[in-house]
Design a protein around this ligand. Structure first.
Ligand code: PMP
Length: 306
């Protein structure tokens, strides 16, 4: 199989990869009514370890709330299933994708008696934007697409339907030769990437858009804020950043469970700082990898060991 894994957990059972199927009339397929997570298990000095797993599971259940979706499994069951999936397949490191969505009962927009289906898949996945991106940074484009306002759809819930906006923004950027997009919110301020939060460094102070800017409350964002403060930086995590401030930043970087800490070296045609990974970004990125690979015993409470 393509993902190099043979087992998926679905609705309480471990099933073969090719048997993890759903009906074409599933509500979630037609209306984007799914909630999901993306987390990582790192190959650490202490063996495989899930990074901030409890926060991911908590966010999954929180994401389901506005849709009144009842996930038929406890957080503990989701955790047990995930640990067993990783163990059974002898994975040292992997990406973890839990998803809950409305299955089939009827196809009215009202989910009615549609069952909530739940699945978890794990698979090896390297650097999301490439190894080179981590070292040298990426070139990004400010998308012509705006983020949903949180008055239109809850942007702090990780809902499958939201990601059509991410696809539009990301593909527009790639069509234009950029690696990724920056998406502005409805007010025209900087929100985030299609699958990343964004940070800006200016005069050694770190800024990241606040939760009211229509962003996902990223778990890597939260981790980086804590790491940066522990390194002695001032972090403004309720910033409202204009598009123009991107151009004049000393440094910019993305964070995400998939993207980890990825420097941004260029926005549209403008070089950021000296056009390569900046020193603050590098310090935070190095600390981040030291932490997730458990080369330090700090932040041990962030890890769930297999
Ligand atoms: N924003 C969006 C839109 C995302 O999809 C993601 C990835 N989950 C993030 C931010 C980063 O969040 P996290 O650090 O929790 O992965």
């Amino acid at each position: 199989d393509e993902m190099d894994v043979d087992t998926i957990w679905m609705d309480g059972e471990f099933v073969d990869w090719e048997d993890a199927q759903i009906h074409v009339l599933s509500h979630g397929l037609h209306y984007g009514t799914g909630v999901f997570e993306g987390a990582r298990c790192y190959d650490t000095e202490e063996g495989p370890a899930l990074f901030r797993w409890d926060e991911h599971v908590e966010r999954l259940f929180q994401s389901a709330k506005p849709y009144e979706m009842e996930i038929d499994h406890t957080p503990e069951e989701i955790t047990e299933a995930t640990l067993e999936l990783i163990e059974r397949q002898n994975l040292e490191s992997c990406y973890i994708r839990p998803i809950a969505f409305y299955g089939y009962d009827s196809l009215g927009v009202a989910p009615g008696d549609c069952p909530t289906r739940t699945a978890i898949a794990v698979w090896p996945w390297g650097a999301y934007l490439g190894e080179d991106a981590l070292e040298n940074g990426i070139e990004v484009m400010v998308s012509s697409w705006r983020k949903h306002a949180s008055s239109q759809i809850p942007t702090n819930a990780k809902t499958t339907g939201l990601y059509v906006n991410s696809l539009l923004a990301g593909e527009e950027a790639r069509r234009n030769g950029y690696a990724e997009a920056i998406v502005l919110n409805k007010e025209g301020n900087v929100a985030e990437g299609p699958g990343e939060n964004i940070f800006l460094v200016r005069d050694d102070v770190i800024y990241t858009p606040g939760l009211s800017e229509s962003i996902l409350d990223g778990i890597t964002r939260d981790s980086v804020i804590e790491i940066a403060r522990d390194l002695g930086y001032t972090v403004n995590d309720t910033a409202s950043l204009s598009r123009g401030e991107l151009n004049t930043a000393d440094e910019l970087f993305f964070t995400g469970s998939a993207a980890e800490v990825t420097p941004i070296r260029k926005v549209d045609n403008v070089e950021i700082g000296n056009g390569s990974r900046g020193p603050v970004t590098e310090e935070i990125q190095q600390k981040f990898f030291e932490v997730v690979e458990r080369r330090t015993d700090e932040y041990d409470e962030w890890f769930t060991y297999i």
